[in-house]
Design a protein. Structure first.
Length: 197
């Protein structure tokens, strides 16, 4: 393998928005609009609900209104349970991996997760996510279900491969292991074969 990369390798040719990112942004905009309406109604009724609770209720209703609701009892129908981590339970079906994200790493914010997904998709389009559905328990916890192509026969990348790849994307290695930054983003946790933005 040749590690001499002299220039940045852009992930998106002209910064165009992918159809999936456009869809995710439209969903996020609608959820944001519904949150504002919900919060205005709560103010009028003197009720107090946290912003995260508002996002959860709004996302659940949006999912049910738009055929994106996957009852928690049907999650196992997504595929064979795969490895799970701090933020995702995974289910594998043929060449697809579904990730049920518990929102733990972003303090419960669905809107923040959707923003991060679009960032990921722009930076790492070979492993882009689609928003498949929302699942959870009615009136309680809501979790986005993300869909991604499964990388068959994957092997963990070496530190040198990760460093080289990130440098080719225009990122500089930071002092912390697995942490890279450019003028716009900080990417971390690359040493564990996952990418958090």
């Amino acid at each position: 393998m040749d590690y001499d990369i002299s220039k940045s390798v852009p992930q998106r040719g002209s910064g165009e928005e992918t159809p999936e990112n456009r869809r995710i942004n439209e969903i996020a905009d609608e959820l944001q609009r519904r949150c504002q309406v919900y919060e205005a109604q709560l103010r009028d009724g003197q009720g107090h609900v946290s912003r995260i609770e508002v996002e959860q209720r709004v996302a659940e209703q949006y999912a049910k209104d738009n055929g994106m609701w996957l009852p928690m009892s049907d999650v196992f129908d997504l595929g064979v349970p795969g490895p799970s981590g701090n933020e995702n339970d995974t289910y594998v079906s043929n060449n697809i991996i579904y990730k049920v994200n518990n929102l733990l790493n972003i303090n419960g914010s669905i809107l923040h997760l959707l923003e991060r997904i679009t960032w990921h998709n722009n930076l790492f389009y070979d492993t882009a996510y689609t928003l498949h559905a929302f699942t959870g328990f009615d009136g309680r916890t809501i979790m986005p279900v993300l869909k991604q192509l499964l990388v068959q026969d994957a092997v963990p990348a070496t530190s040198i491969e990760i460093d080289t790849y990130m440098a080719a994307l225009g990122f500089e290695k930071q002092n912390d292991k697995g942490r890279y930054a450019n003028d716009e983003f900080v990417v971390w946790d690359l040493s564990k074969q996952t990418i958090d933005i």
